[in-house]
Ligand binder design. Structure first.
Ligand SMILES: [Zn+2]
Length: 346
């Protein structure tokens, strides 16, 4: 196999079929999508001209990111807005050669903003159907609790998830700030969600230490950890995650943007890989952080000097750690193998 030239590496990453396991629906809104929403909702005061919007969208700091995020959230009022958001995400995923994504939706925030639950569900359903038919991207949903809104949000998210149980709902999550928002208080909701067959995928160890990850594992039965960055400072936790195959949804650009790490080079991803953890690469809130899925693979491959087989291994990890059925997993893994074999024959 030839050494990875820049062009060769780009083509290889592009050609790999990929799976995205950590992307927030609201945070996935691209400039294109937000232009459409801003024109539909002039009262929101979001720039409706491309140049102005691009400037507004450019990442400055975390506070500005929150401003952009909540501005997008404020324009989501009905099924059409949700549909626009979902199909916009599907088009962006297709452009990254992503075939499947588990997308985090925060129903409590939409309901709190006054959107009827049926509107949310209808927009998700029609958007998901169009994503598959028009873009060839299969979408699944993770309904997550906005942790900062407390146990009430936990209860209502659970009730909504189990009562509605929309097609494609596979998992139950927990997001928002970690410091001062203990994971354990949400344990009863995760227990009930798991008993109903939803998989547990809380954020933990993104903005706080390894104790939060331990709590996510012990109290919430986490099967995957959102971020998990701080696990690297706890050898016992590294052992535990490796032994139990608890995958990490690593989002390198997001971690740099939110200043949890200095740079991709300073990210503990090397340590995670060396310890045998199931590392997957993801984008979190891609356009708002200036990230793309292919970009994450390129950044990590370039920084760590990964070989093609190791890059393919990362893509395979995301397939294996996903909640796809075994048949679909096997198909995607075979395609990844073929892409790698094609590279070897060059
Ligand atoms: Zn996240």
């Amino acid at each position: 196999m030839p050494a990875a030239t820049d062009t060769g590496l780009r083509a290889f990453v592009r050609a790999l079929p990929k799976v995205e396991l950590h992307v927030h629906l609201v945070g996935s809104a691209s400039v294109e999508t937000v232009l459409e929403l801003a024109r539909r909702h002039p009262e929101a005061g979001v720039p409706a001209e491309r140049a102005d919007l691009e400037e507004f969208f450019t990442f400055r700091d975390f506070d500005h990111f929150l401003k952009v995020y909540w501005a997008v959230q404020s324009m989501l009022t009905d099924r059409h807005d949700i549909h626009t958001l979902v199909t916009g995400l599907a088009a962006d995923l297709a452009a990254q050669n992503a075939r499947y994504a588990e997308v985090t939706v925060t129903p409590y925030n939409h309901l709190l903003d006054g959107m009827p639950g049926d509107e949310l569900l209808e927009g998700l359903a029609t958007g998901r159907a169009e994503a598959a038919a028009r873009h060839g991207v299969d979408l699944a949903w993770c309904f997550d609790i906005p942790g900062e809104k407390g146990v009430r949000a936990g209860r209502e998210t659970l009730v909504f998830a189990l009562r509605e149980r929309p097609d494609g709902l596979v998992s139950f999550g927990l997001g928002g700030p970690e410091i001062g928002v203990g994971r354990a208080q949400f344990a009863p909701f995760f227990t009930a969600a798991r008993e109903a067959g939803l998989r547990s995928v809380p954020h933990a160890g993104e903005t706080s230490g390894p104790a939060t990850i331990w709590s996510a594992v012990h109290d919430l039965g986490a099967e995957r950890i959102g971020h998990g960055t701080s696990c690297a400072s706890d050898p016992r936790l590294l052992d535990h995650l490796a032994a139990h195959g608890i995958a990490l949804e690593v989002c390198p650009t997001s971690n740099v943007r939110t200043r949890q790490v200095e740079s991709v080079a300073a990210h503990p991803i090397r340590r995670m890989l060396d310890h045998g953890l199931v590392v997957t690469l993801n984008t979190d809130d891609p356009p708002m952080f200036g990230a793309t899925l292919n970009g994450e693979y390129l950044a990590v491959a370039g920084t760590l000097g990964l070989r093609y087989a190791e890059i393919a291994q990362l893509a395979g990890n995301a397939v294996r750690a996903s909640f796809l059925g075994d048949g679909r997993k096997a198909e995607l893994l075979a395609e990844i193998d073929q892409t790698l074999a094609g590279e070897r024959e060059k």
